[in-house]
Design a protein. Structure first.
Ligand code: TYD
Ligand code: ZN
Length: 412
């Protein structure tokens, strides 16, 4: 285990390098066409992750420029999943209870296509979404959401404060782990969160990632995988205190964190998870080493399976051109020579090619007709929704899952 030259972005301790993935593309940089020029110019960076055993955060050591990841070609549109829509609707209802409709407003950082704020817009609550990618901001605006295209930092927080005042609620779902300069965001939040306000953050949870071996939660956009301990360390520096958490199965296991500037009583759930993290030795480097070994085995198992079925002449496809799968596909050397195509319902993705591995993305509507022999479920976090939908479409494929281990499901 080498000590990295890099310092932890959360607590400034030296971090240990744990995993070198080699040259990786940016996970959401889908290729519009495959030809020599595009292939030669495809951006790659040496992706390495490190762990800070002082604050228990896992982070990418060398992050590409943020403008290379978040721009007018951002490929992730959150509203593709009906399940996620209902998940956010429930959060919306809960948050509305905390707001005075006349006086308060809600700020969402990373508002994407407006999947969450749309409920507030529909019910005429004051709201503002901030997102760095122009194309998703445009979609949010078309959905009636008041949205601003910007990276959220201290300067943006001052501008927002001047125009809208302090926010009663700040929500950040599946975004905080994208942001390299977490100190800047925490400063901005400190500027703009009302004294009696609540900050709610939700993203993939470190302990779940260790448990299921989902290394693919890490890619250039997912700069961090957070834990209770690492979030506490970050926000306490900025006088914002964690007081409650809620766990969800979304995205392979996510945690929702509740923070306040006030000294609120800590809930028993929060204390349980603090203890769980300690009992699961998140500060012990050996926990990370075991996780790394598990991930390498998962990747080898998937590669061997694909190669053996390909030799038998079987058609192997994928389902869900997820950003996550870019890590698995590139790290495992599974490319267009082994996978016929990946089916996906996102209009922006259809007709493009996966980064690094150049697999064609086809409209999910063609899935039943094409009927591949095996289909790797890259969108494993939407398993129930996708398998049920395709079962109704009378799909005859054999589903292949690879996390936490290789599993085949015969539907017929
Ligand atoms: P997602 O899980 O949001 O992950 P990531 O952040 O890793 O990109 O991606 C899910 C992908 O699966 C997305 O491209 C949309 C696609 N999808 C379908 O094609 N059909 C479906 O029914 C669902 C739920 C998702
Ligand atoms: Zn640290």
């Amino acid at each position: 285990m080498n000590k990295s030259d890099c310092l932890c972005r959360v607590c400034s301790s030296t971090i240990s390098d744990i995993f070198d993935f080699g040259n990786m593309p940016i996970a959401n940089n889908l290729m519009p066409v495959i030809n020599d020029t595009y292939t030669k110019n495809e951006y790659k960076y040496n992706m390495k992750i490190g762990v800070c055993i002082n604050c228990s955060s896992l982070q990418i050591v060398n992050v590409p420029e943020k403008e290379l990841m978040f721009n007018n070609q951002y490929a992730y549109f959150a509203s593709q999943s009906e399940f996620m829509k209902s998940h956010f609707e429930k959060l919306g209802n809960k948050v509305m209870q905390l707001m005075d409709k006349e006086k308060d407003y809600i700020l969402e950082i990373g508002s994407n296509d407006g999947i969450f704020l749309k409920y507030f817009a529909d019910k005429q609550y004051k709201h503002l979404g901030v997102d760095a990618s122009e194309n998703v901001v445009e979609t949010a605006k078309k959905n009636g959401v008041n949205a601003l295209c910007s990276f959220f930092d201290e300067e943006t927080s001052i501008e927002i404060n001047n125009k809208y005042g302090k926010a009663k609620i700040i929500v950040i779902t599946n975004t905080m782990h994208h942001i390299e300069n977490c100190q800047e965001v925490a400063k901005g939040i400190n500027n703009i969160l009302a004294e009696d306000g609540t900050l709610i953050i939700e993203d993939p949870y470190l302990l779940d990632m260790y448990k299921i071996g989902s290394i693919e939660q890490v890619y250039a956009e997912h700069n961090f995988i957070w834990s209770l301990h690492s979030y506490k360390t970050l926000f306490e520096k900025h006088s914002i205190k964690l007081f409650d958490v809620e766990h969800f199965d979304t995205h392979g296991g996510s945690m929702r964190y509740y923070f306040s500037k006030q000294n609120l009583n800590k809930t028993s759930t929060m204390q349980e998870y603090i203890n769980l993290e300690l009992n699961n030795k998140i500060f012990d480097i050996n926990t990370f080493i075991k996780f790394q070994e598990n991930c390498i085995n998962i990747s080898k198992e998937l590669y061997n399976f694909v190669v053996s079925k390909s030799k038998e002449g079987k058609i192997i496809a994928g389902y869900g051109a997820t950003a996550k799968s870019a890590t698995t596909l590139n790290y495992s050397n599974i490319d267009k020579n082994l996978i016929s195509c990946i089916y996906d319902s996102t209009p922006f993705k259809i007709g493009k090619y996966t980064p690094g591995t150049h697999i064609e993305i086809k409209d999910a509507k063609l899935f039943t007709k094409d009927s591949p022999d095996y289909t790797i479920l890259f969108a494993w976090n939407h398993k129930k929704e996708i398998i049920e939908k395709e079962k109704n479409n009378k799909s005859k494929t054999i589903w292949v899952e690879y996390i936490p281990k290789l599993k085949l499901t015969y539907e017929n």
